[in-house]
Design a protein around this ligand. Structure first.
Ligand SMILES: [Fe+2]
Length: 349
C-alpha cells in the first residue's frame, strides 16, 4: 500500500485490510455491471446488489461484514483493496448534477452499496446529497466550508453527525459510513482515520472521567443548521464518551465551533483527547479501486486541506463517493422521504 501513509509509528493494521484477487475483482465487476444504478435507493435495487455481493464476494469477506453488522467485536474501520472500477471516468462533474456521460457505468455506485448493504441499511440525507450515493467533489464556491465539498480548510477529526446521537428519536447519526474513489487528485489529499480507543489509552483517568460526564454541548454540522429547528441545533450538556473504554460510543467533532465544554477542566480533557486522536491517526488516499468503511461509533475521520487540481475546463478533478448506513431506518420514520431512502428533515418535527 504505497499510497497510504502512517503517522509516526502507527500503521494500518493488516487485519482491517481486505484485498481481492484479480479473479475476484473481475467476477465482481461482471456481476455489478449488470445492475442499473437506482439513485432512489429503493429496496428492489438494494436487494439485487446485496444478493450479488453475497454471491460474488469471497465468503471470508461476507463473514467479516456480517461480524461488523453484529457489532460484537467491531473493527474500527475496514479498507478494501483491488476492487473493480468504472472502465472510464471522462470528467468530474458538479456534485449535485452527475450526467450519465461522466463515466462509463455505475460500478462505483453499485460497489459502495454492495459492501455497505452487508453491514447496514444504506440511506441519504437530502441536504448532504440528493441521491442514495453522495458525490464528494470540491466546489470552488464552497472551498471555505467545513463540509465534504470544501477544500481550503482541513476538515478536522469528527464523528459524522455526532450531535444527533443525543437527540432521542431524532438520532440520525449513521452507525457507519463508506467512502470510495472515483477520480484521483494527484495532490493526494488524505482522509485520516483514528480509533478513539487507542487515543483514550493515552489519556489520564481524570481526562476520561471528564469526557464521560455531561459537560459538553455538541452542535449539529453547518449544513444541518439551515434546516434544523433552533432548539435541536445543539445538545443539552452531554458526555463525549459513553459505555466502556474497550467499546465506547464517542460523540465529538473537532472542527471549529462544534463542541462547547461547560468548564475549564472539561475543556482541557477535550484538548488532550483531540491531540491523542491526531497522534494515533492513520492517513489513506481514497483512490479508485479502494474503499474505506468507517465505524462511526468510535472511529473519527478527517480530510486534509488542499488546493484542488483542476482539469482543462477549470473543474476540480477529485471525485469521491460516500454512503451512510444505519442498523435500520426506524428513526427515519419521522423524516420526509424525498425518495425511497433519501430523507429530508420535516420542519414541524
Ligand atoms: Fe465526515
Amino acid at each position: 500500500m504505497n499510497s497510504t501513509v502512517a503517522s509516526k509509528e502507527h500503521s494500518i493494521n493488516n487485519s482491517f485490510t481486505c484485498t481481492l484477487s484479480n479473479e475476484q475483482r473481475d467476477f465482481l465487476f461482471n456481476e455489478l455491471n449488470q445492475i442499473p444504478y437506482d439513485p432512489t435507493g429503493n429496496t428492489d435495487y438494494i436487494t439485487k446488489v446485496r444478493a450479488v455481493a453475497m454471491q460474488a464476494l469471497p465468503t471470508s469477506v461476507v463473514k467479516l461484514l456480517s461480524e461488523q453488522k453484529t457489532s460484537l467485536k467491531p473493527a474500527p474501520y475496514i479498507i478494501f483493496e483491488n476492487l473493480p472500477t468504472d472502465e472510464e471516468v471522462r470528467f468530474t462533474p458538479d456534485s449535485q448534477d452527475i450526467p450519465r456521460e461522466a463515466k462509463s457505468g455505475y460500478i462505483s455506485e453499485n460497489l459502495i452499496i454492495a459492501i455497505g448493504s452487508l453491514i447496514g441499511e444504506p440511506y441519504s440525507m437530502f441536504h448532504e446529497g440528493k441521491n442514495i450515493v453522495n458525490n464528494l467533489i470540491p466546489s470552488l464556491k464552497a472551498k471555505k466550508e467545513y463540509t465534504g465539498l470544501g477544500s481550503e480548510f482541513e476538515l478536522d477529526f469528527h464523528i459524522e453527525n455526532a450531535a444527533l446521537k443525543f437527540m432521542g428519536s431524532n438520532n440520525f447519526s449513521p452507525s457507519g459510513l463508506l467512502l470510495t474513489g472515483v477520480n484521483n487528485d494527484p495532490k493526494k489529499p488524505l482522509t485520516r482515520l483514528s480509533d478513539a480507543r487507542k487515543a483514550l489509552s493515552l489519556l489520564s483517568e481524570q481526562d476520561i472521567e471528564q469526557l464521560s460526564q455531561p459537560l459538553y454541548r455538541i452542535k449539529v454540522p453547518y449544513r444541518w443548521r439551515v434546516s434544523t429547528p433552533i432548539e435541536l441545533q445543539e445538545t443539552s450538556p452531554s458526555p463525549i464518551i459513553t459505555g466502556t473504554i474497550d467499546l465506547p460510543e464517542v460523540t465529538a467533532a473537532f472542527y471549529p465551533d462544534m463542541v462547547a465544554p461547560i468548564n475549564d477542566l472539561a475543556a482541557t480533557a477535550l484538548d488532550n483527547f483531540r491531540n491523542a486522536i491526531r497522534e494515533v491517526s492513520i492517513g489513506i488516499d481514497v483512490t479508485p479501486g479502494r474503499l474505506v468503511y468507517i465505524n462511526n461509533r468510535f472511529t473519527f475521520h478527517s480530510r486534509d486541506a488542499f488546493t484542488p487540481t483542476l482539469d482543462k475546463s477549470g473543474n476540480p478533478v477529485r471525485w469521491l463517493q460516500r454512503i451512510f448506513i444505519a442498523p435500520d431506518l426506524w428513526n427515519h420514520r419521522t423524516l420526509e422521504p424525498v425518495k425511497d431512502r433519501v430523507f429530508k428533515l420535516a420542519l414541524n418535527h
